[in-house]
Design a protein. Structure first.
Length: 324
């Protein structure tokens, strides 16, 4: 009896790490969205509405063991503990406004393996911040004087033979957005995954705006990376997605699915074979949680066929002649 009594605690001690490991694997992953403050005109840079839409898809439609929480750009004052508890952090905001100067805090989380996803203008830091934090975290960053930010109708191609592409149509996904390109990547470029790519042309350009430069011209008719992924050497994953200027982008099924896939990938989860499930937002759902910007037109569910019929932007020949 004495031997049995001694054996039971010993057996439990041996099994405990195994049970704890299994429990950890099955634990609910916490995804924290940091939504930037009000910005741009109606239907543009709708950071809070976009974050809540994606969080709702994860919480209520995905069927996955995740908990998605949305906080605002003032998170260090009231929700720093929430961000500290994240398995992955999604920042959707202007520039670095929602990082709130918390560089060392975020860097410590990244070094612990916490995922990072930066969307739209949030991929654009200063060159110094890009070098010190962004490229080590997510593999690339937008850079003033180097990258460009035109609005164009992209025919997006998803990565093949990678789980982030699970369930995403292999056919081209048409979407009008402010698709930045010519990012500054890490030196070892081959270690960065090209998740979404498309080819800008004179024909599919809708607007040339403030950051248009020689790199933009030289990049025409060449494949550009519009969403990328990176596995850090010391652990943890990062993703950059340049779209999301327009709120309508989240109603494009292939784009939404790929972004949701990328988010759970950065959280260390396995992407389902059919990708992350979510419903196409209705017009009503697209028009909730919008920032108050005065009198606005309702955002409509997009029609990609109509985007294809848009006339190309007028080439700014005089401006481009001055590029060096």
């Amino acid at each position: 009896m004495k031997r049995i009594a001694l054996a039971v605690p010993l057996l439990l001690a041996l099994l405990c790490p195994v049970l704890m490991s299994a429990k950890k694997d099955e634990a609910v992953k916490h995804i924290v969205f940091i939504a930037g403050n009000r910005s741009h005109g109606p239907g543009e840079h709708e950071f809070y509405a976009g974050c809540t839409l994606l969080a709702k898809a994860l919480n209520e439609q995905s069927g996955l063991k995740v908990k998605a929480t949305v906080v605002r750009a003032n998170w260090p004052k009231e929700h720093k503990d929430v961000v500290a508890s994240a398995d992955t952090i999604v920042i959707y905001a202007d520039h670095v406004s929602a990082h709130a100067g918390q560089w060392e805090f975020l860097d410590d989380l990244a070094k612990k393996g916490v995922g990072m996803v930066f969307m739209h203008y949030a991929v654009h830091p200063s060159p110094q911040i890009g070098e010190k934090y962004y490229r080590p975290w997510i593999g690339a960053a937008m850079e003033s004087g180097y990258s460009v930010n035109p609005h164009w109708v992209a025919d997006l191609s998803i990565i093949k033979d990678h789980e982030i592409g699970n369930g995403v149509s292999p056919e081209a996904i048409t979407c009008l957005d402010e698709w930045y390109y010519h990012m500054r990547f890490i030196e070892d470029r081959e270690k960065v995954l090209d998740l979404f790519t498309a080819v800008p042309t004179r024909k599919n350009m809708h607007r040339y705006i403030n950051m248009w430069n020689k790199n933009g011209v030289d990049g025409l008719d060449k494949q550009q990376t519009l969403m990328w992924g990176y596995e850090r050497p010391a652990g943890g994953r990062g993703v950059g997605f340049v779209g999301g200027h327009y709120h309508h982008t989240w109603a494009v099924d292939g784009v939404r699915k790929a972004v949701l896939n990328a988010i759970i990938w950065t959280a260390g989860m396995k992407v389902p074979a059919e990708g992350v499930s979510s419903r196409t937002p209705t017009e009503e759902e697209l028009n909730v949680n919008l920032d108050k910007k005065g009198r606005v037109k309702r955002i409509k569910v997009p029609d990609p066929a109509a985007w294809k019929k848009l006339p190309p932007a007028k080439v700014q020949a005089e401006r481009e002649a001055k590029f060096k």
